[in-house]
Ligand binder design. Structure first.
Ligand code: HPA
Length: 277
């Protein structure tokens, strides 16, 4: 099943026929919100609001591990994440869509792995992940191609079909937040190769990979990053842009669900092969 994560300003999905809402408790705590299972384009999908239904969770306190574990428990194998970002690259304008393909991690205090060796949660279950955790294995996953290449191509096709302009490829820098970045930090991130900046894309992408899920992210440039336009940054501006884009995001998600093939032909499901020590 496809899991969809709504970021800032996106707390529900248009056109979703809700079948049930599941409250889940995981070995990693409670997820950000109950998981809504519903039908979109005749297919079952699971929706979760990253910051909670009432946006009560700041980026550094989102229970990332619980969110992906909960997705795993309801049978999610692929995740489409929607995120607001600040634009760093010169060619990016507020309102642009970016299909990112790599990341830089500047977070500081987040649980960014399930695999804690002898300190891992002892989890029942016959699947490979549970077995690795139960046996206290140390696991290093490869992130050379962290955003599912198959899903990225589908997103590209979706944007083309809908005639929505987009940028294909981009490096996402994840900062700890909750404050916005300083001007000097943005200058630094630019030198290091970042195109956009956000506060939630990491560790999501890596946790998904550790669970052998496919993960793809469509980013909406909500504002030029700090110092670029010279204007003060506000949450208001971010939320406004996301609500301006809500219709388009709804169309993108629907078309994406339509085009997503039933089975996966990428190598994301083999992420754990050769990863354990
Ligand atoms: N920085 C970090 N996260 C963001 C921004 C930003 O400028 N805009 C939207 N999310």
């Amino acid at each position: 099943m496809l899991g969809i994560i709504g970021g800032s300003g996106l707390y529900s999905l248009e056109n979703l026929t809700i079948l049930k809402e599941i409250e889940i408790n995981t070995p990693f705590g409670k997820p950000s919100s109950p998981i809504v299972i519903g039908k979109l384009e005749e297919k079952e999908v699971a929706f979760m609001s990253r910051h909670g239904k009432d946006h009560s969770l700041p980026p550094h306190l989102v229970p990332y591990r619980a969110n992906f574990w909960a997705f795993k428990e309801v049978g999610v194998s692929r995740v489409l994440a929607i995120s607001a970002v600040g634009g760093i690259k010169n060619t990016l304008r507020a309102g642009d869509f970016v299909i990112i393909n790599d990341f830089l991690d500047f977070t500081k205090k987040r649980d960014n792995t399930y695999y804690e060796g002898k300190f891992s949660c002892r989890i029942e279950g016959k699947d490979k992940v549970s077995e690795l955790l139960r046996n206290g294995k140390v696991v290093h996953v490869d992130v050379s191609d962290p955003y599912c290449p198959e899903m990225r191509k589908i997103l590209k096709e979706v944007m083309t079909r809908l005639s929505i302009p987009y940028h294909y490829g981009g490096v996402y820098a994840c900062t700890e937040g909750p404050r916005f970045e300083s001007v000097a930090e943005i200058k630094m991130l630019k030198v290091l190769g970042a195109d956009v900046v956000g506060m939630t894309g990491y560790p999501e992408v890596v946790l998904a990979r550790e669970l052998t899920m496919c993960y793809v992210s469509i980013c909406v440039v909500a504002n030029p990053a700090a110092g670029i336009s010279g204007k003060k940054l506000t949450s208001e501006e971010v939320i406004e842009m996301m609500s301006l884009k809500e219709k388009e995001i709804g169309l993108i998600v629907r078309e994406f669900v339509k085009l997503l093939p039933k089975s996966r032909s990428c190598s994301c499901k083999e992420t754990l092969e050769g990863a354990e020590v």
